[in-house]
Write a protein that binds this ligand. Structure first.
Ligand code: ADP
Length: 227
């Protein structure tokens, strides 16, 4: 079976040719197998977000190739990229980025409607996901009425709303206190394992990283073996 994600010789240069040129990725490579959960550990500024945005088709590399499910998607146009991202990739950020004017359950229904699901089906899936992460009782509350941990659990459900093959997470519990982070991360891992999802999760937290299948580091613009 092909890798869910493969990055080949990825280079990323910001402000190319200008005085402020920054070369962030210098031949970064990674392949993620179906069902594999990989931690990416690196200091701030190493290029984790840049790599995740390229893997998540939110940005394009300066050179190198991106494969999703074995398909070379490097040159795809915007419409195909958006459709692919919506149906196959879930993204979680450090901050929840939920829509403030919608309830928790609505935040998980909306991406499904955008992907062609019907109302009833979308609501059932949203409620099932909220139940899985232990926040079903908060379904009708808006994000501002939820705790940080609850907001992030809802954001996990939103990322999984369209049953993606690949989850990309950028410091998903980095904004929470250590105890909450531990519990919320546990909920995320359970959800990932139950759904057989592949994931690439950037974290500073070595203890959390060690709970994943494999740890890689990002060092001097390339992906290396983690410690
Ligand atoms: P990390 O997520 O590991 O903290 P980032 O990928 O956010 O790292 O950033 C890596 C480097 O690239 C940093 O030096 C940052 O300042 C620079 N950078 C990120 N985005 C841009 C951009 N849009 N334009 C110019 N430089 C950028």
């Amino acid at each position: 079976m092909s890798e869910v994600l493969k990055l080949e010789k990825i280079e990323k240069v910001y402000n190319r040719g200008e005085p402020g040129e920054v070369s962030v990725l210098k031949g970064a490579e990674i392949a993620i197998e179906p069902g594999e959960v990989v931690a990416m550990v690196a200091p701030s500024g190493a290029g984790k977000s840049t790599l995740l945005h390229i893997a998540g088709l939110l940005d394009t590399p300066s050179s190198g190739r991106v494969f999703i499910g074995g398909e070379d998607v490097t040159e795809l146009g915007d419409r195909r990229r958006t459709a692919l991202r919506r149906s196959r990739i879930g993204f979680i950020y450090q901050f929840h980025h939920l829509l403030p004017e919608f309830s928790a359950v609505e935040n998980i229904i909306l991406p499904q409607l955008a992907n062609g699901a019907g109302q009833t089906e979308a609501r059932e899936r949203a409620e099932m996901l909220l139940d899985r992460v232990g926040v079903a009782h908060r379904a009708d509350h808006r994000p501002a009425e939820l705790s940080g941990g609850e907001q992030q659990r809802v954001a996990f459900c939103r990322a999984l709303a369209n049953a993606p093959d690949l989850l990309l997470a950028d410091e998903p519990t980095g904004n929470l206190d250590p105890d909450t982070s531990d519990r919320v991360f546990g909920a995320l891992m359970e959800l990932v394992r139950d759904t057989g999802l592949s994931a690439l999760i950037a974290t500073h937290n070595i203890a959390l990283a060690n709970r994943m299948d494999r740890v890689v580091a990002l060092d001097a613009g390339v992906v290396t073996l983690g410690k």
